[in-house]
Design a protein around this ligand. Structure first.
Ligand code: 8YV
Length: 331
């Protein structure tokens, strides 16, 4: 066996990107389309120094304990709620994520989902395909407008701001947002964006788009109480994480037309979807594909690989989440 470091590519990705790893490491890959069960992941990580993961692998304290040789965990996702970063730091394991490269693609998709919900795209297509469309009528699938409407953004990070740009500059929307911290005035000005309290955002938004990272503090940030504050004509779009929205409460609100429609790309306990959401027509459901354009998925994979190579060859990983681990290693 060679004395190159050993890495595991836990999710199938583009072969030429895996080749970049082979130039430096002994590489084992997951050639299937599915993620491995936890015990198998742990078994395959034995003797490996690095791992390439997506948002689907759980890197927690028990896994780290069972894989003492692990030195780097590099995810191709921007969200990293599947990785216990403090536990990694304690064990000297470098963690990186993949910010920036997916911002515009994800914002495009969030906007598309919001428009699809507002203009009842999926619902009307299902009607047509199922042969239920018998004749045209004035109010048939009449929805709400995007242009000139109030866009409410919950979570004004990079993706939130990219959605705000689309709304303001492309569609003349009035942009409100809620975030723990306010943007600088020079960031707000070109978007004419205004910070408001969360409840105010819920009351005023015609179209609410949720883009906050998942953490215990954002768990069920939008539940029955929050939904009850929204306009009956409003739409809700979630491209953040399952768990930020209480899916059961949302399904009830949609069934009772307490809000008009929703667009969801993420779900609590995905790939399972709450049966109440599957049962209602006024929701557009997509399987966690907001960042899924070929160039962006390639950029995300390449960035994870850049991080993995740097972390295990004495370089500086470009998007490390706990770079202090490397400085500690060097001393
Ligand atoms: C990923 C995402 O495709 O980057 C993220 O945080 O949610 C998506 O872009 C997904 O997590 C990969 O598993």
């Amino acid at each position: 066996m060679s004395d190159k470091p050993r890495v595991l590519v836990a999710r199938k990705t583009f072969p030429d990107i895996v080749e970049r790893l082979r130039a430096h490491f002994e590489v084992e890959t997951n050639e299937g389309e599915e993620s491995w069960p936890q015990e198998e992941l742990i078994r395959r990580l034995q003797g490996k120094q690095g791992v390439y993961v997506a948002g689907t692998e759980k890197i927690d304290a028990p896994l780290l304990k069972a894989c003492p040789e692990l030195k780097a965990v590099c995810t191709m996702a921007v969200g990293y709620n599947n990785i216990d970063v403090p536990a990694c730091t304690l064990r000297g394991v470098l963690v990186s994520n993949a910010p920036d490269v997916l911002t515009e693609t994800t914002a495009d998709f969030g906007f598309a989902l919001m428009m699809a919900a507002a203009r009842r795209l999926a619902e009307s297509e299902h009607c047509l395909r199922s042969g239920e469309w018998k004749q045209w009528s004035v109010t048939m699938f009449a929805g709400s407008d995007i242009h000139g409407a109030t866009l409410g953004i919950l979570g004004m990070g990079r993706i939130g701001q990219a959605i705000a740009r689309r709304g303001r500059l492309g569609f003349g929307m009035n942009v409100l947002y809620h975030n723990r911290s306010r943007l600088a005035p020079e960031q707000e000005a070109p978007l004419a964006a205004r910070w408001v309290e969360k409840d105010e955002l819920l009351r005023q938004a015609d179209h609410l788009v949720i883009v906050v990272p998942y953490s215990p503090s954002s768990h069920h940030m939008v539940g029955a109480r929050e939904l009850s504050l929204m306009k009956p004509s409003a739409t809700l779009t979630n491209i953040a994480r399952g768990g930020v929205v209480d899916d059961a409460a949302l399904a009830e609100a949609l069934a009772a037309n307490r809000i008009a429609a929703a667009g969801l790309d993420v779900f609590e306990g995905e790939p399972a979807v709450h049966p109440g959401l599957l049962a209602v027509r006024n929701v557009v459901l997509t399987p966690h594909i907001a960042s899924a354009s070929i160039p962006t998925r390639r950029a995300m994979s390449n960035l994870a690989v850049d991080n993995l190579i740097a972390a295990l060859t004495g370089g500086t990983p470009p998007t490390a989440l706990n770079p202090e681990v490397l400085s500690a290693r060097r001393h």
